[in-house]
Write a protein that binds this ligand. Sequence first.
Ligand code: NAP
Length: 292
Amino acid sequence: MNQIDIPPVLVTGATGRVGRVVIDQLLDAGVPVRALTRRSEAAALLPAKVEVFAGDLTVPESLDPALSGAGAVFLVWTAPPQTAAAVVERLAAHVRRVVFLSSPHQTPHPLFQQPNPMAVLHADIERLIAATGLESTIIRPGMFASNSLAWWAPAIRAGEVVRWPYSAAESAPVDDRAIAAVAARTLYQDGYVGGDYVLTGPESLTQAAQLDAIGDVLGRRIAFEEITPDEFRSLWEGTVPSSAVDMLLAAWRAAIGQPAYITTAVADILGTAPRTFRQWAVDHAIAFTEGS
Ligand SMILES: NC(=O)c1ccc[n+]([C@@H]2O[C@H](COP(=O)([O-])OP(=O)(O)OC[C@H]3O[C@@H](n4cnc5c(N)ncnc54)[C@H](OP(=O)(O)O)[C@@H]3O)[C@@H](O)[C@H]2O)c1
């Protein structure tokens, strides 16, 4: 098919960790891309071939120009929940297909089974999508490998002790690039309508082992101090919403003594094994040594 015949895919969360890479993957596959952002200056951060639209998920009618003439949407929801129903309704009025970035809240593993507002929101959006008749695919990554950039990189860069709770809690961090590659593949290739995929990294690692892997890559031991949940709450107060902190603490506490849940979905869909956390750390080593 000539590129001119392919309707564009609208990528929401286009400036975020996953959406930004979804854009590159779609462009590589020859798919025309539209990007949604609330920030006019963000256009400069995106590839020149992308058609950038201003829009805000909390103002559903602001999406209409970006949706008009689009064929599919990659939906990332980090906004408050109030406008989700109106937005999904608008998607259904304009496009045929949606791929939603959700989470593994249905997976029977303690790491994913702690009650939290994000899981409730994701489940609500999935129900809204199902009720519209949109052709949909749900992708459910576990812990992103890149969380460690926000969690640990500032202390590691500063040569400070990493103060963290539940060092024995296990997870299978998944590389954002794998999440984005799966999302893109399910957007541009046939065969994924109705698909529901839990995406994980290839190995179960304690948080301590993840820090060791980063230290290994940097060629130095990372000083670590185990702190209590209350110390952790105080440390992150004012930086991260308390509901997010509570969600993480509950998940890690429940995961102690349990190997992480691991799927083969990334390899099944992409045909290549997902990168290990160590490989992710090699590729992002500079973030632990330079910059902010
Ligand atoms: N971190 C994890 O371990 C994990 C695991 C499973 C699932 N998830 C899910 O992954 C999603 C986050 O993906 P991410 O990390 O790629 O995102 P991110 O890096 O946090 O970026 C957020 C994106 O959302 C956009 N955005 C925020 N509010 C918006 C609004 N009101 N209207 C329009 N766009 C808005 C931002 O765009 P602009 O600022 O340019 O407007 C930005 O592109 C969340 O739903 C999270 O629950 C995360």
